[in-house]
Ligand binder design. Structure first.
Ligand SMILES: [Fe+2]
Ligand SMILES: [Fe+2]
Length: 152
């Protein structure tokens, strides 16, 4: 049971964050495995690495929930979205990353508003890392488009 002084909306943000991060793990593992099946081993490893980073985020959220006295319970796992070309695969994960960035932005703003500085810092760190993901995916996609890489 949650400790009495924990804001229920902060717990709600943590629960949704866990669902989003677990969905990201499933998404990245799926595209990684799909690309591997098609023989794109190097790109597959890159997505595998992303999946591991998202799992690290999920792990941190689980840790935070346990510290706050709540049982982790990701209830909204989304189906993975697949695509036929590498730029399309990147576009799908870019969409997910940008949703996650917006979500963490809202969490940070909410925690600032209620002056829960520990939670704000916690979400702020995740926000920075997701911004980094979004920006490196953007660079990667631009690079692929400019070199006209063949379809995966
Ligand atoms: Fe993440
Ligand atoms: Fe991410």
């Amino acid at each position: 049971m949650a400790y009495a002084n924990t804001d229920p909306q902060v717990l709600g943000f943590l629960g949704r964050a866990l669902s989003l991060e677990m969905s990201a793990v499933q998404q990245y593992l799926s595209v990684s495995r799909l690309l591997k099946l098609r023989g794109f081993d190097e790109i597959s490893s890159k997505f595998q690495h992303e999946a591991e980073e998202e799992m690290g985020h999920a792990d941190r959220i689980i840790g935070r929930m346990l510290v706050l006295g709540v049982a982790p319970n990701a209830t909204q796992l989304r189906p993975a979205r697949l695509a036929n070309s590498l730029p399309a695969v990147i576009a799908v994960v870019q969409e997910l990353e940008s949703e996650v960035v917006n979500f963490y932005q809202q969490a940070v703003e909410y925690c600032a508003r209620i002056e829960d500085f520990d939670s704000r810092l916690f979400f702020e760190q995740l926000l920075q890392e997701e911004r980094q993901h979004a920006s490196s995916l953007n660079d990667w996609r631009q690079q692929l488009l400019s070199h006209n890489t063949p379809s995966a």
